[in-house]
Design a protein around this ligand. Sequence first.
Ligand SMILES: C[S@@+](CC[C@H](N)C(=O)[O-])C[C@H]1O[C@@H](n2cnc3c(N)ncnc32)[C@H](O)[C@@H]1O
Length: 282
Amino acid sequence: MARRSEDISPTAHYTGYTWYHHGLSHPAFVTPQGRFMVGATRPLHWMAQAVGAPTLSGFLLARHRVIDHLLHEAIDAGQVSQVIEIAAGLSPRGWAFKQRHGVALTYIEADLPHMARRKQRLLAQAGLASEGHRVVALDALATSGEGSLSALADSLDPTQGLAIVTEGLLNYFDQAAVLGMWQRFAQTLGRFPHGLYLSDMHLAHQNAGAHARGFVAMLSAFVRGRVHLHFQSDAEALAALRHQGFAAAALHDPRVLLARWGQTAAPGAGLVRVIQASTASP
Ligand SMILES: C[S@@+](CC[C@H](N)C(=O)[O-])C[C@H]1O[C@@H](n2cnc3c(N)ncnc32)[C@H](O)[C@@H]1O
């Protein structure tokens, strides 16, 4: 398992550069690896774009914008004032949310130790660190003890709402690992007055066409391993979320939400879904 997790880390450089390239990030989070990887896939991107086929950036930007929007909404509504972003990688979200919500928001970015160290260094070097913004080492597969979600949650205020975010994580793990994560996320969120889980996920039935299959093959090559499409239908995924302890769950098609918010969805946006799940009050 440890090796699988390590294999996923290079993709954080790719997405990190993608967020920057599309005006969503800060130059501090750009790495030479990310710039190189995006450059290397550019011909594929242009070819796909020319024929209106899904592009990697199409689904990446869609998932990122939808998660951002739903998280801002929950914070603005006063439901959550603490966020743990698991597998944050080189995402700008922690920094950007602290910019907008200030000291009222506690934001913890969590990732494997080497990535967490790198993010801490990048934030410090660029002078972007702020009060209430931490980067910690955490393994999403750990069930207890140091480096586990449960231990990290002990450091939070149990009287305030908590959101857990995962982006670009679930489909790299098999179903048993994902179910285990969901159970731990629901248990942890259930300790807080409001518990919200936001994540992207690819389902089998939205990724069955020829374009989509090519796309999944490309993602798999990228992480030197299989990309798992765990659920055959929305209903199956929602039932699994409820079974693992969430009181309510929805799966959003980014095209629908982006249209509602007056934003354009690029081809590829329909290949991903965004989970919005919540726990009952303790
Ligand atoms: C595709 S990147 C996504 C990064 C970021 N969320 C984004 O969207 O830009 C996947 C991230 O998952 C992290 N990761 C992989 N396995 C993990 C695990 N077991 N626990 C925590 N993070 C993990 C990697 O280090 C990497 O930063």
